[in-house]
Design a protein around this ligand. Structure first.
Ligand SMILES: C[S@@+](CC[C@H](N)C(=O)[O-])C[C@H]1O[C@@H](n2cnc3c(N)ncnc32)[C@H](O)[C@@H]1O
Length: 200
């Protein structure tokens, strides 16, 4: 990706400033495992962007969901072996119906779920502004009235690759325009923070 490509991607991302109400009562946490510890237990949850299931394992251990939906396209060379790994590791949960594996794009799978189904969802897909914005709009319909929309990589990009992200821009615009606020934000040593939003 050239510097011009990176600038073009960043130009897709609007800058909307939060109002005080969008931050009222927000709590900082040290990492995303601590975030799981404050998200509801025994609920109906979804992880959107699963890869090899490293975080799935933590969700199951810490939150003991009554049902967990996994959503991932599992199409890239880097991640495609993740699907078989998940199906092998969690065969018992899958057979019992406590885990459902959904293969496809987040923006195609998420709309299929009934409205108000999820206690919380955790978004961790491509982190672009356009994808994240689309995911937030769908999640707005699919999460319960008192539910959370959480996700990874609340940061401006990957500085090693380098690759611009749009999660910050999508979340701030979403909170202001759709009446949500930050409930939790992690402050990770690597700067790849996680967020959890809830309705105002
Ligand atoms: C960073 S990895 C997820 C890591 C995982 N949540 C964890 O913490 O262990 C990103 C995953 O999102 C998937 N992905 C990327 N874009 C997607 C999209 N638009 N819809 C569904 N899955 C997507 C990739 O296939 C990949 O497995």
């Amino acid at each position: 990706m050239t510097p011009d490509d990176r600038r073009a991607i960043k130009r897709q991302s609007p800058h909307v400033y939060l109002n005080p109400e969008n931050l009222e009562g927000a709590r900082l946490l040290p990492d995303r495992l601590a975030l799981l510890d404050v998200l509801p237990k025994n609920g109906v949850v979804a992880e959107i962007g699963v890869a090899f299931g490293d975080f799935t394992r933590e969700i199951i251990k810490r939150n003991e969901p009554s049902k967990i939906h996994l959503v991932d396209v599992w199409s890239s060379e880097r991640y495609k072996a993740g699907l078989a790994a998940i199906e092998s590791e969690h065969s018992e949960l899958i057979d019992s119906g406590s885990m459902v594996v959904n293969t496809g794009l987040s923006t195609e799978i998420l709309p299929i779920f009934e409205d108000g189904l999820f206690d919380w969802i955790y978004i961790d897909t491509d982190h672009s502004y356009l994808t994240t914005w689309a995911e937030l709009l769908i999640a707005n319909e699919k999460v319960k009235a008192d539910g959370f929309i959480a996700g990874h990589d609340f940061c401006v990009g990957n500085v090693i690759t380098p690759w611009p992200y749009g999660v910050v821009e999508a979340c701030t615009k979403f909170c202001v325009e759709y009446g949500w606020k930050f409930a939790y934000l992690t402050v990770e040593p690597n700067g790849h923070d996680s967020f959890a939003l809830r309705r105002l």
